[in-house]
Design a protein around this ligand. Structure first.
Ligand code: IZC
Ligand code: ZN
Length: 420
């Protein structure tokens, strides 16, 4: 068998080979292989592991050889929770935050999500596309090769929702980073339906969601289950309808107030529950039992500035599988940099680098239903690879705030390289 690209003499290779289901407890720890080698042919991994190569795989003069001595190689990072496509930015809220205003106060003052809705509604397709493409470039430069993108800045204005999802689709087709689309029409309660939320839920579930399904605009449906947004019963109705239509389910649960979103996620069950900063012990137990993946977003906790973090360590000890994501959005987490999130996870969640790596690769792939294709460097999987300019894995979250990526391959093609 031939080889297109051969990464050899790898200081430490993390293939993420292991249990074929979302990982927790001991299985969450990725194992490193010294003197590793990865062989790629036709966009796929044909070997990833310790030197030497199996006999049937041979390099030729056409093979591109990459010397990875004293460096780290991992799968491409997967960011399983972002609000990638949006108009505008919210730096004007910074002074309010510095003065002590919290997220829901800003939202209730008609700013927050509402101001991004306005900016997104006013932006045309091309400007939304250009802005999101720039963000994808930044993500790719920091090692992200697949990203989930939520709609949710049109809400009652369905054309804007559709526009956001169409931008995500076009980016998926044109950009090296793969974009997985989620419909999040239930991201805020529109002011004009505040007195009649049932009518909005009817429109959402009977008009919008069937259209999104029919047009294949999204694979997942997500709901912001939060005090003053969608309550437990409303979230249950929306997600039950989504399930009946064949969508995968996600829920923003217990981000700020402990409403019981984690329990609801376990009951439905959803594929993932997001945030969980205020999740109860019972909610965590239920999620472990039901196998709901926790998509944790420590950058949001950091940026909300209240010192409140999800109980990630407890979740792992109790058997919840976790993914770590940016939550990239213009309000609660304006960063595309998943490496920074890895640092926050180490410092604020007290997760080990080996646990963190699984949470941004294999488990994140599970959180978007892509674990058969990506998330590990095993034979037959897509060759999404990062060569890190780092002597060991610990170095990546330790030396924070700078980019450690040297080269990135997507489906076997080199798509990013650090300037010399
Ligand atoms: O734009 O504020 N939490 N949704 C739920 C967000 C944060 C995004 C935003
Ligand atoms: Zn979010």
């Amino acid at each position: 068998m031939q080889i297109d690209v051969l990464l050899e003499h790898i200081g430490t290779l993390y293939t993420l080979e292991g249990e074929k289901r979302p990982r927790s407890k001991e299985a969450l720890k990725a194992k490193g292989v010294r003197d590793g080698v990865v062989a790629v042919f036709d966009g796929q991994i044909i070997y990833g592991g310790a030197y030497p190569l199996p006999e049937e795989i041979q390099a030729s003069e056409n093979t591109q050889r990459v010397d990875c001595t004293d460096k780290v190689v991992t799968p491409g990072l997967i960011d399983a929770h972002t609000h990638l496509v949006h108009g505008g930015s919210r730096e004007k809220e910074l002074a309010m935050k510095i003065a002590g205003a919290d997220y829901l106060e800003i939202y209730n003052a008609g700013l927050g999500i509402y101001s991004t809705q306005k900016a997104t509604r006013e932006a045309d397709f091309q400007s939304l596309y250009d802005k999101a493409r720039k963000s994808l470039d930044v993500m790719l430069a920091h090692g992200t090769t697949t990203v989930e993108a939520k709609s949710g800045y049109g809400i009652w204005d369905f054309q804007t929702e559709i526009k956001q999802m169409q931008v995500a689709h076009q980016l998926n087709a044109n950009h090296p980073v793969d974009v997985v689309s989620t419909f999040m029409g239930a991201h805020a309660m529109p002011a004009k339906y505040k007195e009649n939320p049932d009518e909005f839920i009817r429109i959402l579930t009977e008009e919008m969601m069937p259209f999104v399904k029919e047009e294949r605009l999204a694979e997942f449906v997500d709901v912001f289950c939060e005090e003053g947004v969608f309550d437990i019963e409303q979230s249950r109705r929306i997600l039950t309808a989504a399930k009946e239509l064949g969508f995968g389910l996600k829920i923003h649960a217990d981000e700020i107030v402990s409403l019981g979103g984690a329990q609801l996620a376990a009951k439905l069950p959803t594929l993932s529950a997001e945030h969980l900063i205020a999740a109860s012990d019972k909610g965590i137990q239920d999620m472990a039992k039901a196998g709901v993946i926790a998509c944790l977003l420590p950058g949001t906790s950091f940026n909300l500035g209240k010192g409140k973090y999800a109980k990630a360590r407890q979740m792992v000890e109790q058997g919840v599988s976790i993914a770590l994501c940016t939550d990239y959005n213009p309000g609660s987490c304006p960063t595309e940099n998943l490496q920074l999130i890895m640092t926050f996870a180490a410092l604020y969640y007290r997760l080990l680098p080996e646990e963190i790596l699984t949470a941004v690769t294999y488990n994140a792939a599970c959180a978007i239903g892509r674990q058969e294709k990506i998330g590990s460097l095993e034979k037959g999987k897509e060759a999404d690879l990062i060569l890190w300019d780092a002597p060991n894995l610990d170095y990546i979250p330790y030396h924070f705030g700078v980019n450690h990526v040297e080269r990135v391959w997507k489906k076997g093609k080199e798509v990013w390289r650090k300037a010399e």
